[in-house]
Design a protein around this ligand. Structure first.
Ligand code: NDP
Length: 253
């Protein structure tokens, strides 16, 4: 898709999983400001979702919040179908829903392994599986999956999380090869340490140690990640697919 293929009055619809908080929340706002109508899902925090829905709608876009657990394949399928019925064909997908359950492998509970894989990896599969046929029929669309620096380089106490995020990278590259001929782009964004609820739980000692590893000597902001995601969703990113874009302040160099 090129800039010329997008006309000003054409509705552009995006879905964002895990849109109520953190990176997903900033992505919802970014896409709404960029003219997308946005449907986002969340798991449990309805108040924050409702507040975001109102805030993001101030941009003039239609913004719809729905409670959907990304591990529930049937519910995800229903959510995507209903989004297409109410807003129109889905053009952009951002999968941001994710959890952590950190522990050294020796102490890891089986359910902490499977919960993280189910939300972070199965969740991405469920969302992409639900939208891909429509995109292929329309020969148009883009997917941005939120991976992590931990998925590229690994992280102690995060074998479950790192495995899920590395899985997203393999999934992204395979899907990019499968659907590129239909004009669909599939990319992954791999953030380093970003200020969100997920990283707020780190102790002061761990934060200090992390800062020492980051070339830019600070955590990133959700807006910085959302700007990159927003760029990937635009026609000017038309030649980028199968990429894993790191946005980590230099933590991985
Ligand atoms: P937050 O914890 O701030 O937000 C997580 C979001 O995911 C919330 O909207 C939450 O909904 C939603 N969510 C969680 N589980 C489910 C589920 N089963 N079904 C639907 N929605 C769900 O996370 P971040 O913003 O920090 O992280 C977003 C993504 O970015 C994740 O995939 C994470 O792994 C990744 N990432 C984050 C980094 C960081 O430093 N923060 C670094 C690298 C990657 P609810 O509000 O209802 O709970």
């Amino acid at each position: 898709m090129t800039e010329d293929d997008v006309t000003a009055d054409e509705p552009r619809v995006a879905v964002v999983s895990g849109g109520s908080r953190g990176i997903g929340r900033a992505v919802v706002q970014r896409l709404a400001r960029d003219g997308f109508d946005v449907a986002f899902c969340y798991r449990s925090r309805a108040d924050e979702a409702k507040q975001l829905q109102e805030l993001a709608a101030e941009s003039g876009s239609r913004v719809v919040a729905t409670q959907v657990d990304v591990t529930d394949a049937a519910a995800v399928r229903r959510w995507c179908d209903e989004t297409e019925d109410s807003l129109g064909p889905i053009e952009a997908v951002v999968t941001s829903a994710g959890i952590v359950r950190d522990n050294p492998l020796l102490l890891m509970a089986d359910e902490d392994w499977s919960d993280v894989l189910r939300v972070n990896l199965d969740g991405v599969y469920n969302v992409c599986r639900s939208v891909i046929f429509g995109m292929m029929k329309r020969k148009r669309g883009c997917v941005v999956n939120i991976s992590s620096a931990a998925g590229v380089y690994g992280n102690p106490t995060q074998s479950n999380y790192s495995a899920s995020k590395a899985g997203i990278i393999g999934f992204t590259r395979s899907l990019a090869k499968e659907v590129g001929r239909y004009g669909i782009r599939v990319n992954a964004v791999a953030p380093g340490f970003i200020e969100t609820d997920m990283t707020a739980e780190l102790t002061e000692q761990v934060r200090k140690r992390m800062l020492g590893m980051i070339a830019l000597n600070r955590f990133g902001t959700v807006e910085e990640v959302a700007d990159l995601v927003g760029y990937l969703a635009q026609p000017r990113a038309a030649y980028i697919t199968g990429a894993v874009l790191q946005i980590d302040g230099g933590v991985t160099i």
